[in-house]
Write a protein that binds this ligand. Structure first.
Ligand SMILES: [Zn+2]
Length: 368
C-alpha cells in the first residue's frame, strides 16, 4: 500500500517530468503529456491546474482552457556569475531563454558588504526594468563552494567572499531562495541540461582554462564534489620545476604553466589584451608546453574517472579550438574531446540550469 509520502513523491516526480517535457519539447496538450509520460490524464490535469494557479504555466490560448500548456513569460529565474572583474546578471524565462543581461564592475578592494550592496543593486535594477518576477536566484563563482550549505569555503579570486554564507545572505537581501555553485561545476551542469546529446552522460571531465585552470567531474551521473568540495580543483597542483611563483603563495602550480595569464606572461603580453592578440603572439610550441603540464595531470584523472567525453569550456571558443587538437595528441586518447558551444557565459547558463532544475523539482518550496 502506498503511503501519503509516496504519493507526494510520485506527484512531485510527475510534475518534474511534465515541466521538463514542456521545457524540451515546447507547448503541449495535456493528453499529449499524459501519453508521452504514461501518466493518467487526471493527474496531469490536476498538476496543470496547480501550476496555472501558481502562474508558472498558462494555456497558450487563455480563452480556451484546454489549449496547449506553456510557461508563463512573467516568471523568470535570476542567474548571477562572478567573473574576474565583474558580476554578470541574466534573466532566464522558465523555458530557458536568456532575455535580459546586465553587469557591474567589481573592485579588488571591495568588502563583503560592498559586494552584497552592489549585487542587490544590480538585481533590483534588472528585475525592475524587465517587469518580471524571479522565482529564484543563483550565483556561480570561482573557488571551493559548499553548495549544500550555501557557503563559500574559499575563493582566491574573490577573497572577500571566503568563509561567508553567501547563499543565505543573498537570499535574505533579495528575498528569494538562493543557490550557489562553483563556476566550473555550474558550467558542466549547464552543458548537461541545455545540450540534448549530453543529457544522459554518466561520466565526463569538463576542463576550464581561463584566469586559472580547473575541472568539474561527472561520475556515475552525479557531480563529484569530494570530501572538501574540492574535487577537480587541479589549478594548484605542483606541475613543473621552473620555480614559477603562483598568486596562492606556492611555487610551480599548474596555473603558472597553463592559464590565460600564464600564457600571456610567456609571450610578454602585459596590461589589457584580447584573447585574439594572445592567440596571434603564441607559438604552437609555447601552447603545447603549457598543455603538456595539463595533460600530465589529466592522465591519472582520466584513468580514475574513465570518462566517455572530455568537454572544453567555451568562454573563448577560438582559444579552445587551438587547444583541442594539441591536447588530444598529448593525451594519446581515443576519448572524444568537444568544445561546449554557448554564446553566453557558460557559468551564467550553468547556474540558470541549476535554478531551473531546483524549480522544476520543487525542492525549495517556493512562494508563488
Ligand atoms: Zn597556486
Amino acid at each position: 500500500m502506498s503511503t501519503n509520502n509516496d504519493q507526494i513523491k510520485q506527484r512531485n516526480l510527475n510534475r518534474y517530468n511534465m515541466l521538463c517535457d514542456i521545457f524540451y519539447n515546447g507547448p503541449k496538450r495535456r493528453t499529449q503529456i499524459a501519453e508521452k509520460l504514461s501518466i493518467r490524464k487526471s493527474s496531469i490535469t490536476s498538476i496543470a491546474e496547480e501550476l496555472i494557479r501558481q502562474n508558472w504555466l498558462t494555456n497558450i490560448d487563455t480563452a480556451h482552457p484546454r489549449s496547449p500548456l506553456c510557461f508563463n513569460k512573467k516568471k523568470c529565474c535570476l542567474a548571477l556569475s562572478h567573473e574576474t572583474t565583474k558580476l554578470r546578471a541574466g534573466l532566464y524565462t522558465l523555458d530557458g531563454k536568456l532575455f535580459k543581461t546586465s553587469k557591474v564592475s567589481l573592485h579588488k578592494n571591495m568588502t563583503y558588504d560592498d559586494f552584497l550592496y552592489e549585487t542587490n543593486l544590480l538585481c533590483s535594477q534588472i528585475l525592475h526594468k524587465s517587469k518580471s518576477k524571479a522565482l529564484m536566484v543563483g550565483i556561480a563563482l570561482p573557488g571551493i563552494i559548499d553548495s549544500t550549505n550555501n557557503n563559500v569555503l574559499h575563493s582566491a579570486s574573490a577573497p572577500q567572499l571566503s568563509h561567508k554564507n553567501l547563499g543565505d545572505d543573498l537570499s535574505h537581501i533579495l528575498k528569494l531562495p538562493c543557490l550557489i555553485e562553483n563556476d566550473v561545476r555550474a558550467s558542466l551542469m549547464g552543458a548537461l541540461w541545455f545540450e540534448p546529446k549530453w543529457h544522459n552522460l554518466q561520466n565526463a571531465i569538463y576542463i576550464d582554462i581561463t584566469e586559472g585552470v580547473s575541472t568539474a567531474l561527472l561520475v556515475n551521473g552525479t557531480l563529484h564534489k569530494g570530501f572538501n568540495n574540492a574535487a577537480g580543483e587541479i589549478g594548484h597542483i605542483k606541475a613543473g620545476d621552473q620555480n614559477r611563483k603562483c598568486h596562492c603563495g606556492k611555487i610551480d602550480c599548474l596555473e603558472t604553466y597553463i592559464s590565460i595569464p600564464a600564457l600571456a606572461k610567456t609571450v610578454e603580453l602585459n596590461g589589457f589584451f584580447s584573447i585574439d592578440e594572445l592567440i596571434q603572439k603564441l607559438q604552437p610550441q609555447q601552447l603545447e608546453n603549457g598543455l603538456n603540464s595539463l595533460a600530465n595531470i589529466l592522465r591519472p584523472l582520466i584513468a580514475a574517472i574513465d570518462p566517455e567525453i572530455i568537454l572544453l569550456g567555451n568562454q573563448e571558443p577560438n582559444f579552445y579550438k587551438l587547444c583541442m587538437p594539441i591536447l588530444k595528441k598529448l593525451l594519446k586518447t581515443n576519448i572524444n574531446l568537444e568544445i561546449v558551444s554557448d554564446s553566453n557565459s557558460s557559468a551564467l547558463t550553468g547556474i540558470a540550469s541549476k535554478i531551473l532544475n531546483a524549480i522544476f523539482a520543487n525542492t525549495h518550496q517556493l512562494l508563488h
